[in-house]
Write a protein that binds this ligand. Structure first.
Ligand code: SF4
Length: 291
């Protein structure tokens, strides 16, 4: 990979809080997207005492061209995982927990029932914690999505990842319109929705603009935009380093076209500073999810 520009230099992992988070994750036999996806913000987030827990194991049934998570045949379901996730959220003292998962296309419901059990376990153990779920597309099944929504997460997050033209090389088993429909479906039921894209994969300026307009048309509330980082030589090549100035431009553009909150900077990831984003987003009508 080409030498990183200075604006992509992230904080190195260190300190007692970092080690405490690491130990908690290990003791509770959990996985984090921070480690599995080689997130550049891991040092900063774990030093602040937050980690993004990844459920349904750490082996994904898909193999997206950009993603560092291990792929293959996942091991058997771990039915004790929801309770251990809830315990870790309590011990980290999170006011806002972000949970994600690998894709489990091998399971009948795509893992939706485990998602729901995890949301409920977190709520039960941590009644004051907001739960943001960064979900897979459940292959477009609204039935499976509804199993997750019935557990009433506070924020429904699903990434579109890239512009429409680049969907196939970037995530060959997913689909741009299907992802937008997942978010539309959540919005129709009154959920706060969130999505994100990476830049630096070969997209044009016009394509970024169209993608943001499409996300706006799908009534997504919160948007994240960050730099693509090639995890290994086997992953999709980097096309360009996007400057902080360009990220600022997309932020202004996003606000102009009506997004409630838009985070756009080189190191932004969909779970990065998620608590601050949700604090800044004031939904107009949360009645559908407050029951
Ligand atoms: S579905 Fe998600 S976890 Fe699986 S390879 Fe794609 S981006 Fe990574």
């Amino acid at each position: 990979m080409r030498n990183k520009p200075k604006w992509l230099r992230a904080k190195l992992p260190a300190g007692p809080v970092y080690h405490a988070v690491n130990e908690l994750v290990e003791t509770n036999k959990l996985h984090t997207v921070c480690k599995s996806a080689q997130c550049p913000n891991m040092g900063e987030c774990w030093t602040r005492g937050t980690a993004t827990l990844m459920i349904l194991g750490n082996v994904c049934t898909r193999s997206c061209g950009f993603c560092a998570i291990q792929t293959g045949r996942p091991p058997e379901l771990d039915l004790g995982e929801p309770a251990r996730v809830a315990d870790a959220v309590a011990k980290m003292g999170l006011k806002h927990a972000v949970i994600t998962s690998v894709a489990r296309d091998d399971l009948k419901d795509g893992g939706a029932s485990v998602w729901a059990a995890t949301i409920r376990a977190i709520r039960h153990r941590n009644p004051n914690t907001a739960v943001e779920v960064l979900i897979p597309d459940f292959q477009g099944s609204y039935d499976h999505l509804d199993i997750v929504l019935e557990a009433k997460p506070d924020i429904l997050n699903h990434n579109v990842e890239t512009v429409e033209r680049l969907q196939r090389p970037v995530r060959k088993t997913a689909n741009y319109q299907q992802s937008l429909n997942v978010l539309r479906h959540g919005k129709k039921q009154g959920f706060t929705t969130k999505s994100g894209i990476m830049l630096g994969l070969g997209e044009t300026q016009e394509e970024i603009e169209t993608c943001l307009r499409d996300m706006r048309e799908a009534s997504i509330d919160i948007i994240t935009i960050g730099q693509y980082l090639q995890p290994t030589q086997k992953h999709l090549p980097l096309d360009r380093w996007v400057t902080p100035e360009e990220f600022n431009y997309w932020k202004s553009f996003g606000l102009e076209i009506g997004f409630g909150v838009i985070e756009s900077a080189p190191l932004v990831r969909s779970y990065y500073h998620a608590e601050e984003q949700s604090d800044r987003y004031a939904p107009k009508d949360q009645s559908a999810i407050s029951a």
